[in-house]
Design a protein around this ligand. Sequence first.
Ligand code: IZC
Ligand code: ZN
Length: 430
Amino acid sequence: MEESKNPQVIDLLITNIGQLLTMEGATGPRKGKEMLEIGLIEDAAITVKDGKIIEAGKRENIEEKYRNTTIKERIDAMGKLVTPGLIDSHTHLVFAGSREHELKLKIEGMPYLDILKQGGGILSTVRNTRAWSKDELKTKAIKHLNTMLSFGTTSIEAKSGYGLSAEAELKQLAVVKELKDSHPMDIKATFMGAHAIPEEYKGRPEEFLNSMVDLFDQIIKEDLAEFCDIFCEEGVFSVEQSRDFLNKAKQAGFKLKLHADEIHPIGGSELAAELGALTADHLLGASEEGIKQMAQAGTIAVLLPGTSFYLRSKNYARARYMIDNQLPIALSTDFNPGSSPTESLQLVMTLAALYLEMLPEEIWNALTINAAHAINANEQVGSIEAGKQADIVIWDAPNYNYIPYHYGINHVNMVIKQGKLVVNGGKILG
Ligand code: IZC
Ligand code: ZN
């Protein structure tokens, strides 16, 4: 009898779900036509115990099956949309200050890399981040994490890269580690000491990179970061420098990520494929050959249309070509104080629809199961399936097309993180 398999007590039943996107059944990151699969169940219910999903199915079946079970808490989803928590697979979470003064320069037409060349941009955030204490950085990061959570994001990746010295990079990573232990958000850390060349190393990029390589063993040993990333870009780090740096990172035990072909197409995608990187991010200028090579190598493309939008770029990544060539896509905010100051993956959905020409089903995959793969968390999160974490969003929306369609506002009603209600009525709970 099925009933005998039920626990006698469960923590939570979410019922009366109009549309449930389970995203279940993926065997790896979804690509090509697989990105249209969303595991849709209409008129659905979910059961949860000990922070994990027990099962999801048709409301009628679940309610009948759990008729004699003690249910500690029930949530009526009022016929609305329910999905897995969103996953933001590329953020620069921890930084000091802000860069609103650059908005005027942008409006006047000054390019992003010119601002950096003049000691602004990333380098202005580096000066602030070096000056702030760990606690100041942590307080600010918590504010951003709370915004993300209230917008439906339940797992993120967070990069260092605004320290650019041993001490300040380790400070940023220590902040991430403390947040991991204290905030409901799941956070995966990336060491991005190779984000820019600091002023004191101007003209000596190799020496600077060596000083960052010197931190690898300590970061791995103290479990401060799982991934290593580099800004492979004209005027920042070349393909050769990136290859050498990432090879050393791989040897030290990091999984690899790259800011590749973000502004100029210099061969970052080909390098990502050659190194077997887990992800290559941005890819505005990725060549057709690079896209095919990444698909072969099993690299995931992390696309950040918010950055194209905010840099006023005419270029957007060629998502349709990527999908046609079986390259799996994740989407992300690129949350940072310069090229993408937003925590909202809901805005990213709209930009992905309008400018990457991605379909809503593809967008939901790119922000759930594929993003989970992009941060090596696919065993725990990214779908509503038995045994996975109960990271669930109840939206104030009738269906999954509605979120990318109605843009610029927050559609979240409730967020459930590992079985616990953390956002209600769009607001963070104490
Ligand atoms: O602070 O400008 N592109 N890194 C590479 C960034 C943007 C972040 C920033
Ligand atoms: Zn970035």
